[in-house]
Design a protein around this ligand. Structure first.
Ligand code: FES
Length: 306
């Protein structure tokens, strides 16, 4: 017995928006239809959208579904979710959104939510006169599962959007692998490939964040990616302004950043620092060691004449 949520059962026993939207001669309104699945495969959904042409808004949505409890509930949920949205807004509805609306679906039934999303896309692309094969479509990929006609593009997409990690999950979401099973190894390879891709993207994103954090915190030593020259100059200036100058100013001196060449930071000592007999110590202790500590151990500070 499937563990369905109350919402799934509610929409199964009392589906909202079941039926057809007939073509209409109403001015300013058009009807779009999208169809996915096939009765021979077990599930099929035909989605009808009534669209206000000028605003692109979905005025009404109805469905005809051949399928199980979750297929009916998913279709019904979808029609409730898209009413009132523009077509562009509706295109952002994911199968996850549909499942969430239902309070979740058993994993083995997630393909019902995917079917809803695909029917929605099909209807919108039909309405816009765009052949499905012309957009980022599954038909453009390489056929992976011949039992269910599923391409690598579709598998990649569902793996990414739903963070899937096993071939069994892929079968639950798009049925691929659920027939003869000869495609399961290929599905595993696709999952590994997507994981690798996601890991690389995440690493790059984290490096970007780290650089920004470094700029804020004044620490370059832990950077996993070299700072740009602009970032480096900004960071040195920040450390001087916030950590070095207040100390020097309190002693009647000051320092100004003059230039940076590689790891050599040229500064102008001012006020009491300029004439101080221990200005070398000031350079080494107050400025250089602080910059080395905060930015890079290779920094050398030089005093230049104004
Ligand atoms: S080829 Fe995928 S299940 Fe048969």
């Amino acid at each position: 017995m499937w563990d369905y949520t109350d919402k799934v059962l509610e929409l199964f026993y009392d589906p909202k928006n079941q039926g057809v939207i007939e073509e209409t001669s109403e001015p300013g309104v058009k009807v779009a239809t999208g169809e996915v699945g096939s009765i021979s495969c077990g599930d099929a959904l035909r989605l009808h959208l009534k669209v206000e042409v000028e605003s692109d808004k979905i005025l009404d949505a109805r469905f005809q579904t051949f399928g199980c409890t979750s297929a009916i509930a998913s279709s019904s949920a979808l029609t409730e979710m898209v009413k009132g949205l523009t077509l562009d807004e509706a295109l952002k509805v994911s199968n996850k959104d549909i499942a969430n609306y239902l309070g979740g679906l058993p994993e083995a039934k997630m393909h019902c939510s995917v079917m809803g999303q695909e029917a929605l896309e099909a209807a919108i692309y039909n309405y816009r006169g765009i052949p499905l094969a012309a957009h980022d479509d599954d038909d453009e990929g390489v056929l992976i599962c011949s039992c269910f006609g599923i391409t690598d593009t579709k598998i990649r997409r569902v793996v990414k959007e739903n963070n899937l990690t096993t071939a069994e999950q892929v079968t639950n979401y798009v049925k691929a692998g659920g027939g003869c099973g000869s495609c399961l190894t290929k599905i595993d390879d696709i999952i590994k490939d997507v994981e690798q891709e996601v890991a690389t993207t995440t690493k790059n994103a984290n490096n970007g964040i780290k650089s920004a954090e470094i700029l804020n915190s004044g620490q370059i030593a832990t950077a996993t990616r070299p700072l740009t020259n602009v970032q480096k100059i900004a960071l040195i200036q920040k450390v001087l302004d916030e950590e070095v100058r207040p100390v020097l100013i309190a002693d009647g001196g000051d320092v100004e950043l003059y230039d940076i060449e590689g790891n050599t930071v040229k500064v102008i000592l001012k006020g009491a620092c300029d004439s101080c007999p221990s200005s070398t110590a000031t350079l080494k202790i107050a400025i250089e060691s602080r910059l080395r500590d905060r930015i890079s151990k290779d920094i050398v500070v030089q005093a230049v004449e104004p």
